[in-house]
Design a protein around this ligand. Structure first.
Ligand SMILES: [Zn+2]
Length: 248
């Protein structure tokens, strides 16, 4: 997830320049304009300085292809979440049609962005809010109407936060299935990874090398449940103190 900074011109309709340095929530919205791009939404906020039609903006806009545009610096408020503007960072999210459902690439970037912001400000997944939670507005539509989708989203944010600084690899974005790998070593040279694997296998017979992004990871188990991976990791740590869980 890359953040493309395109700060709005300061103006009273979309970037009032009011300073805030303590955020306690991250608020999620949907743009309610099917098929519109992140750039178009950002430009709409910018043009309010001339059109004066309304007061609205957001700190971030996540686009249909997962692109992220930042419109307002993180020490200023946005005009997005009504009475929560003074304590909530706001994210507008694009969607292809009127159902309000997000594309997988959009949802992935949104999860990465939310995980990044929660970590940055020392918050947890319990500090994610929807516009709906503040005003009762059906926003973001998908996460209000489909509570299972909203729960899944929050767990994926939690996984990203648990996965150290690791964000999901790009070619994984189409697959909703994530595995938790217990990893004992990482090598840039395959032969070194294989040699290490030979030692590891004396105790962990199912150990294997996973080649990913030009690196060779020596792993001793893969779990679909994070809890099971954590339980197993506790044992492995007795042999390999630096082992940890990697999410792919
Ligand atoms: Zn909203």
């Amino acid at each position: 997830m890359k953040i493309n900074e395109q700060f709005l011109t300061k103006n009273e309709y979309s970037r009032p320049g009011i300073k805030i340095n303590k955020w306690t929530k991250v608020a999620i919205h949907y743009v309610a304009n099917p098929g519109s791009s992140a750039q178009a939404n950002r430009n709409y906020f910018e043009n309010l300085k001339d059109t004066h039609t309304t007061k609205v903006s957001s700190h971030f806009v996540v686009g249909l292809n997962g692109e992220v545009i930042q419109c307002i610096p993180l020490d200023e408020i946005s005009y997005c979440t009504n009475q929560a503007n003074s304590y909530a960072i706001s994210i507008e999210t694009c969607h292809p049609d009127s159902s309000g459902k997000f594309n997988p690439a959009t949802e992935q970037s949104l999860a990465e962005l939310v995980a990044f912001l929660l970590k940055k400000f020392g918050l947890t997944v319990n500090d994610i809010i929807r516009h709906y939670d503040v005003t009762g507005k059906i926003c973001p539509k998908w996460y209000v109407e489909d509570s299972a989708a909203y729960s899944r989203f929050k767990s994926s944010v939690a996984s990203l936060m648990a996965g150290k600084t690791q964000s999901a690899p790009e070619d994984d974005t189409v697959s909703p299935v994530k595995l938790f790998y217990v990893q004992v070593g990482a090598f840039s040279i395959r032969a070194n990874a294989e040699a290490f694997l030979g030692m590891v296998k004396q105790k962990y017979r199912d150990a294997f090398v996973k080649n990913y992004g030009g690196m060779y990871y020596v792993q001793v188990g893969a779990f679909s449940s994070q809890v099971n991976a954590v339980t197993f990791l506790a044992d492995v740590k007795k042999d390999y103190r630096d082992s940890f869980i990697k999410v792919f």
